[in-house]
Design a protein around this ligand. Structure first.
Ligand SMILES: [Zn+2]
Length: 469
């Protein structure tokens, strides 16, 4: 049997394993699911990789109490290259269970796709790794390391662990398998990720609430000021317009067709896409600001009063309690989410957003802003032997050429890995194509992607060794 036939013959086992993994609700949040579920998933993954030749597979304790599965497997040639395989076993919560058409923690086939929370993100990538390793069997031409973390969707504690344990995970090439193709059957690697930061902005205009009849018209209104400020963050065509931030970049790789994006994003008929650029420019190469939340008096229970200011302190103020029930919050504040492309410093961009908000605030209202959790953008280096090998492997596995994609989201671990191992080549790939609906109800994976990507991975390991030697 050749590699393709061997991979195909392993799909029954892959399905059985994915069903076992999906049945473990490994949500890394003890407020939602017992931590024992994550511990079970960790042991499952450790045992599976131990069975795939990682005899030393073990559980490493992270600072947040989660466990990452680590392991290594040596090949016969001491001078061979080392490849690190990455995935995560924790999953997003099911969210709105009523929207699931199948039980979230029971792998269920619907129209050829396997449905369940984590079926693609990222348990599908775990079974992909296992299928690739089994297809290769003893013909392993490189040294391997593996890390499967358990709190990627929450704290990302592995990011903190890596720099202090650099030798454990050191490799020449790193397969970060928490991404996917542009579409089923169209092979791709993701080479660009946007950076991210949140900015919380508050507005203050008056010493206290005022009657909107007696004072409305002349008294400045904190909520109206905030709305006016937020409105300046986009122009009429939807381009993001933060002063000092370039918004004209162009994506150099494969296009993201507008019709595909409309379907992927569920944009309603008659509603326009934003911006002057193509979709790939807008979501991969240009900055974006999204209002994640706004605090202001809710409609139910609102009184004829003018909103004077924000809560008394940034981020942490609890609603006042009047007569046993929380009173309407008397203020106006917003959390803004800023995304920036590679080539833009996230800290400087977040500061530009803060300056912008101060500069556009009307009527001399007081503005306070705070930057939260900046994470830098990521740009893969694509000129090395690992990229040569993955392009050849994808061409052979899929019968068509690999393209490079961006992702508007952020994977802070990629930046940590790139900083810790500046000579390593990072390749982002996997089984999470757009139809997988990761993080949403009705997540699913296409089994043909698991088979083709497992074959890709096996071919990559062979070709990478050949190119390097
Ligand atoms: Zn993931």
């Amino acid at each position: 049997m050749d590699l393709r036939e061997r991979t195909a013959s392993l799909m029954g086992q892959a399905r059985a394993e994915l069903a076992e993994l999906v049945a473990i609700p490994s949500v890394a949040d003890p407020r939602q699911f017992p931590p024992e579920e994550c511990a079970r998933a960790a042991r499952w993954v450790r045992d599976a990789f131990a069975g795939a030749g990682f005899a030393d597979a073990w559980l490493a304790e992270m600072s947040d109490g989660s466990q990452a599965v680590l392991g290594s497997r040596r090949c016969a040639d001491p001078d061979a290259a080392t490849v690190l395989l990455y995935a995560h076993y924790d999953v997003q919560p099911p969210l709105n269970e009523a929207e699931w058409r199948t039980p979230p923690f029971e792998l269920t086939e619907v129209a050829g796709r396997w449905h369940g929370r984590g079926a693609a993100d990222c348990k599908g990538n775990i079974v992909m790794h296992l299928a690739a390793l089994r297809a290769l069997g003893d013909e392993l031409p490189v040294h391997l390391k593996v890390v499967v973390e358990g709190s990627e969707e929450t704290t990302g504690a592995l990011e903190e662990f890596v720099p202090g344990h650099a030798d454990l995970l050191r490799a020449d090439a790193i397969l970060v398998c928490d991404a996917g193709n542009a579409a089923v059957g169209h092979p791709a690697v993701t080479t660009s990720l946007r950076g991210v930061a949140d900015v919380i902005v508050e507005v203050e205009a008056l010493a206290s609430e005022l009657h909107s009849g007696k004072f409305g018209g002349a008294a400045p209104d904190a909520l109206a000021a905030l709305v006016a400020m937020l409105a300046t963050l986009r122009d009429a065509r939807g381009n993001t317009t933060v002063r000092g931030l370039d918004n004209t970049q162009v994506w150099p790789g494969a296009a993201y067709p507008a019709e595909t994006f409309r379907a992927d994003a569920g944009v309603l008929e008659g509603v326009s896409l934003l911006g002057d650029g193509g979709v790939a420019d807008m979501v991969w190469s240009r900055p974006a600001v999204t209002s994640l939340g706004i605090d202001c008096p809710p409609v139910v229970g609102s009184a004829p009063a003018i909103t004077p200011r924000a809560f008394t302190t940034l981020a942490s103020a609890a609603p006042r309690v009047v007569g046993g029930a929380p009173a309407n919050p008397p203020g106006a504040r917003a959390r803004l989410n800023l995304r920036v492309p590679p080539g833009t410093q996230i800290r400087g961009a977040a500061e530009a957003l803060v300056h912008h908000l101060h500069a556009v605030a009307p009527w001399g209202v007081r503005v306070a802003a705070e930057i939260e959790a900046p994470g830098p953008p990521f740009q893969a280096r694509t000129g090395g032997p690992a990229y040569q090998a993955i392009a050849a492997a994808m061409q052979e596995a899929y019968g068509r050429p690999m393209v490079t994609l961006g992702d508007g989201g952020s994977i802070p671990l990629c930046t940590v890995l790139a900083d810790t191992y500046p000579d390593a080549e990072l390749i982002l790939m996997g089984v999470e194509e757009p139809l997988a609906l990761i993080h949403s109800p009705n997540e699913s994976v296409d089994p043909t992607e698991i088979a083709a990507m497992a074959l890709t991975e096996a071919l990559f390991l062979q070709r990478y060794a050949a190119i390097r030697s």
